[in-house]
Write a protein that binds this ligand. Structure first.
Ligand SMILES: C[S@@+](CC[C@H](N)C(=O)[O-])C[C@H]1O[C@@H](n2cnc3c(N)ncnc32)[C@H](O)[C@@H]1O
Length: 430
């Protein structure tokens, strides 16, 4: 008997797993999946439901493979090379605030939207009709625009609006200039020489400093980061539940670059014996205490500290970095780790909560694409990088052989990893 072709294997996976999901939604009275503006904007089954999430993942991956096979390599690469045009239409929708000119439960004509947005009708129509090919808006009758679930987010979700704005306006030019930057500054580890700085013509000044000069741009950056880090798989619960914090007892935990202390708040609620110091730049820590619930304020303290300089909190049990090390090239990652050394007692833990790149072909293409996209984003913005487990081991080794790297781990459903090292001065000497 002839073996089944890959195409049939894929359609079988899609049929079986889609059925499972459809049945689950029906049995639990959950809405079916739809692009309707009133449909849920997120997959309606909790990320902790491993069975259904696995089925969803299988369908996403199999449909993508089937799609790519059906389109074929030549047509795939032809149109992939033009995919930045998705960004162009999205940028226009964002910039001219088109979503807010369309009623959520009705429709608006191109003439009405043009008047409301100031974008001329001809270009409005071309750009919005392009966005529609990505299911952003629909045209229920000729000349009239209505919302889809995706375009509705550009009305209802301020952080998603910031995310779209940041990516399409600020980051898109950075991507377009990253090869120029690499040609001009080969192998650079300096954030002031990244694609972002070449695109926006402020070479020598890193992205964060430049964005910080403009309050509206900085606010948009903050909102966009909240959108990303509030997304599926980035919830702080994974950190709270993903490490045996209770075993640390009366530990002192230093959250370096901890922003307004939301990680410490989540941990403090669960682990009443722990004490916390949140360190960040002076402007950020000034606002910190106002964000802490009063019942936790005696256990969470704020301190202005530049993480490239010697760590002032001596003999803490945990020095913690979340979303910090991936913003650094190796040169600056090593500098940050070395700055801890004067404060470290034997056995002190250094915990990094960040992405950890998979080894090729060890995770599915959905996850792989997200982390690899993060990695090249770090390149284009800061000449920084995401790292795999070996890269983290090497970073600690380069910083000082007395750091003993213990490895990287994660929990099901989580997109981040916990990397751990201990300070082991005697171990290195023997
Ligand atoms: C990407 S955010 C991460 C914030 C937080 N750890 C989290 O998980 O969301 C980077 C943080 O590092 C802070 N930061 C940047 N440069 C710093 C420096 N030299 N010293 C201390 N904090 C710094 C920023 O103000 C910001 O709060």
């Amino acid at each position: 008997m002839a073996s089944r072709s890959r195409l049939i294997e894929l359609t079988d996976i899609i049929a079986t797993e889609t059925n499972k999901i459809d049945q689950f939604l029906a049995e639990h009275g959950l809405p079916t999946l739809s692009f309707d503006p009133n449909a849920p904007a997120d997959f309606p089954v909790h990320s902790g439901n491993a069975d259904i999430q696995q089925a969803r993942r299988a369908v996403v991956i199999a449909t993508k493979e089937l799609h790519d096979l059906m389109v074929g390599p030549r047509e795939t690469i032809r149109w992939m090379a033009w995919s930045y045009n998705d960004n162009l239409s999205l940028h226009a929708v964002y910039h001219f605030n088109v979503a807010k000119a369309v009623p959520v439960d009705g429709e608006a004509s191109y003439t009405e939207i043009s008047k409301a947005t100031g974008l001329d009708e001809v270009n409005l129509k071309r750009l919005v009709r392009h966005a529609m090919t990505n299911r952003i808006f629909k045209e229920p009758k000729d000349g009239y625009v209505a919302h889809t679930a995706a375009s509705r987010l550009l009305v209802d979700d301020p952080q998603m609006i910031d995310w779209v704005g940041l990516c399409s306006a600020d980051f898109f030019p950075a991507a377009a200039h990253t090869v120029d930057a690499m040609v001009k500054y080969p192998g650079s580890q300096e954030p002031g020489e990244a694609g972002f700085t070449v695109a926006w013509r402020h070479e020598g000044t890193p992205m964060f400093l430049e964005i910080g000069k403009n309050p509206a741009r900085a606010k948009r950056f903050g909102g966009a980061m909240s959108s990303l880090t509030g997304g599926e798989g980035y919830e702080v619960d994974y950190l709270v539940n993903g490490y045996p914090w209770e075993e640390l007892g009366d530990a002192t935990f230093v959250d370096i670059g901890g922003s307004h202390g939301f990680v410490c708040v989540a941990l403090a609620k669960r682990f009443p014996r722990m004490k916390f110091v949140v360190q960040d730049l002076p402007k950020t820590v000034a606002d910190g205490p106002s964000k802490i619930p009063p019942e936790l304020s005696d256990r969470i303290e704020f301190q202005a500290h530049d993480f490239y300089t010697d760590q002032p909190v001596k003999d803490a049990d945990v020095y913690f970095f979340r979303w910090i090390i991936h913003n650094q090239s190796d040169k600056y990652g090593v500098k940050i780790l070395r700055a801890l050394i004067p404060a470290l007692k034997p056995g002190a833990k250094i915990i990094i909560n960040d992405n950890c790149l998979p080894k090729p072909n060890t995770v599915d293409i959905w996850d792989e694409k997200i982390t690899r996209t993060m990695d090249i984003t770090m390149l284009k913005l800061l000449n920084a990088r995401e790292r795999d487990e070996d890269d983290y081991a090497e970073l600690f080794r380069q910083a000082d052989p007395r750091f003993k790297f213990l490895g990287a781990g994660t929990s099901k459903g989580c997109r981040m990893h916990i990397m751990e090292a201990v300070w082991n001065p005697e171990g290195a000497a023997t």
